[in-house]
Design a protein around this ligand. Structure first.
Ligand code: AMP
Ligand code: TRP
Length: 327
């Protein structure tokens, strides 16, 4: 089975991203041929500073490698390094209805009817479909917020296949387990997010020990002093239990038992140390990889391997559509 997923080159990757997505990307590479693409063309649907974007691309690639995505096993590459993505997106756009794009909730939320919303924001899902179909991917692991985008990708693939023959593999979404949904530390009823204003609301994978301790010690709990998993009534404590379980591997009931009669302060202190211990080796590997030539080599090699697949797909697509003079 071939697995494909795309990740935006944004900063502030946090433990929610790690536990909810990255860790599963690492697990998938044990069983499947995985392709992980850093989607810089998607990133520019919102204006970006050029220097910053290039840095973010390298940061994200290094972070993937630091958590265990192995560039020898999996392909890690940057979307714009393979020209087939933009080319296939155009062909797919000619097979996508404006009506179906205007029903995309992400577009509606981001554009809010604004006349100066970029057209790229509107056609974003078509570029995403091109990413997936270019590699004949069978499985696409994504967060459940991407459900609609996977659906339109399947619809486009099926439509083209009905018109032209067996052009594309129709992919399946694999929606990441929401079990470890990590909530914001200062407002545990909202998801931990990259963009929240208060940096203490999240633990970024690259935070130092002092920042990790501060975020956990200051996290919002409640006043009844009992360490019990009850997301409805005790969202703050439940979130800390979730984090504790994810990093220790212990089931939540075992943790509740272990901390029976213990105060929040002592529990938080131990959780902070557990989190520091889990993230310190990731940060050390990241620092090394980010500075190394190996990072650029991995991305160059990834782009080459991805491009080989893409070129074959594009030759097939051009043939099915009757494009070009060469055969
Ligand atoms: P995003 O920050 O939206 O780019 O998230 C990338 C992926 O990380 C998502 O598709 C989710 O699977 C996962 N993710 C993001 N935030 C969280 C969170 N707070 N808890 C668990 N998983 C998350
Ligand atoms: N839209 C996805 C997100 O915001 C990123 C993405 C782009 C993607 N292309 C993809 C995900 C292809 C999976 C497959 O998370």
């Amino acid at each position: 089975m071939r697995v494909f997923s795309g990740v935006q080159p944004t900063g502030n990757i946090h433990i929610g991203n790690y536990l909810g997505a990255l860790r599963q990307f690492v697990e998938l590479q044990a069983e499947h041929a995985c392709i992980y693409c850093i989607v810089d063309l998607h990133a520019i649907t919102v204006p970006k500073d050029a220097t910053r974007l290039r840095e973010n691309i390298l940061d994200v690639a290094a972070l993937y490698m630091a958590v265990g995505v192995d560039p020898k096993k999996s392909i890690i590459f940057v979307q714009s390094d393979v020209p087939g993505h933009a080319e296939l997106a155009w062909i797919l756009m000619c097979n996508t209805y404006t009506g179906e794009l205007s029903r995309m909730t992400q577009f509606k939320e981001k554009s809010r009817g604004n006349e100066s919303a970029p057209a790229g924001l509107f056609t974003y899902p078509v570029l995403m479909a091109a990413d997936i179909l270019l590699y004949d991917a069978d499985i696409v692991p994504v967060g459940s917020d991407q459900r609609q985008h996977i659906e339109i990708c399947r619809d486009i693939a099926i439509r083209v296949n009905n018109r032209h023959g067996k052009v594309f593999v129709v992919p399946d979404g694999r929606f990441l387990k929401e079990g470890a949904r990590i909530m914001s530390l200062d407002n545990p009823t909202a998801k931990m997010s990259k963009s929240a204003e208060n940096p203490l609301s999240r633990i970024s994978l690259l935070d130092d020990a002092a920042k990790i301790r501060k975020s956990i010690m200051k996290s919002t709990t409640d006043s009844d002093g009992i360490i019990r998993f009850d997301p409805e009534n005790k969202p703050g404590v439940s979130n800390l239990l979730n984090i504790c379980s994810a990093f220790s591997g212990l089931p939540i009931p075992d943790i509740e038992k272990k901390y029976e009669g213990v105060g929040y302060g002592a529990f938080k202190k131990e959780l902070a140390e557990l989190t520091v211990d889990a993230l310190t080796p990731i940060r050390a590997r990241y620092d090394e990889i980010r500075r190394s030539e190996a990072l650029r080599e991995a991305l160059a090699d990834g782009a080459e391997r991805a491009n080989e697949i893409a070129v074959r797909t594009m030759a097939r697509v051009r043939d099915f559509f009757g494009l070009g003079a060469k055969r």
